[in-house]
Design a protein around this ligand. Structure first.
Ligand code: XBP
Ligand code: MG
Length: 263
């Protein structure tokens, strides 16, 4: 791409975490929830399939409340469970961060390469996630190194906003903290709740699907990919912009952003 076509309006990349940076849900969060339930002597066990249904609700505490309300018969609801959820969630977070620290959950293909290139090109970086802040710093530390936490102008995570995804609050918070407009940024997401949130904040959004989200509605995405890809591991374009690129790099991100903004 020749220089003059580079989109000077694009200033920052805003990344979702779970499902986007890493495929964390099935073998990470779900396993941690089950370890916490075991630790507390509860007979709850979330199968891969049940967890896929529970992912309709973002936020671990909210997800457990959803499970109690929609999946348990009245007589199966443990006494005082509502008051116990914060403690249960803290135990789950402990199990999850221990799991992350074993290196069991790697970054998805292309994530480290794109972040490195974005930094070299001078793009600002941010995170907008529903997960607990500690989960983000531990994931970054055990994948990109502890210094990578400082690469992000803002790590907008968890309870920092009143309403979690699909509400736009977490993305709006990240934009406000960076003092940037939506037109100056681009979001990277993996789920329907995620794009409802990013599109709700008027952000052009690049989707990389995963097993849990492959059938979600990504109508508002500027492109839907199976992964960000690597030079030796080409992505598949599920929908959106046609391109002769075989992996997601800053030139393609910039082109997609420009196409969306200039619509
Ligand atoms: C995904 C979520 C999170 C995780 C669990 O967040 O919805 O709630 O499933 O993490 P995102 P917590 O895709 O926005 O990164 O238990 O810490 O909420
Ligand atoms: Mg996600």
């Amino acid at each position: 791409m020749n220089k003059k076509s580079v989109d000077t309006n694009l200033k920052a990349f805003i990344f979702d975490v779970d499902g986007t940076l890493s495929d964390t849900e099935r073998d990470g969060h779900r396993v941690a929830f089950n370890l916490a339930f075991e630790e507390y002597g509860m007979d709850w066990h979330w199968s891969v399939e049940t967890y896929g249904e529970l992912l309709a609700v973002t936020g671990g505490k909210e997800r457990m409340k959803f499970y109690v309300e929609k999946f348990l018969d009245e007589d199966k609801v443990p006494e005082g469970i509502e008051a116990k959820i914060p403690e249960l969630h803290a135990a789950k977070t402990r199990h999850y961060t221990e799991l992350l620290s074993t290196g069991a959950i790697p970054l998805r293909p292309g994530v480290e390469r794109l972040i490195d290139e974005a930094r070299q090109r001078g793009y600002r970086l941010a995170i907008a996630t529903t997960t607990t802040p500690e989960n983000v710093t531990v994931l970054l530390t055990h994948t990109l190194g502890a210094e990578s936490i400082d690469w992000f102008d803002v790590i907008a995570a968890g309870d920092i906003v009143p309403a979690k995804k699909p509400a736009p609050d977490i993305y709006q918070y990240a934009l406000d903290e960076m003092k940037l407009s939506a037109d100056e940024c681009i979001a990277f997401e993996d789920s329907e709740n995620g794009i409802k949130s990013s599109a709700g904040a008027n952000l052009c959004t690049i989707i990389t699907i995963n097993d849990y989200t492959q059938n979600h509605d990504f109508t508002d995405a500027c492109i839907v990919l199976d992964q960000m890809g690597e030079a030796d591991q080409p992505f598949s374009v599920i929908s959106g912009s046609s391109t002769d690129a075989t992996f997601l790099d800053c030139d393609l991100v910039s082109k997609l952003h420009q196409q969306t903004i200039n619509r």
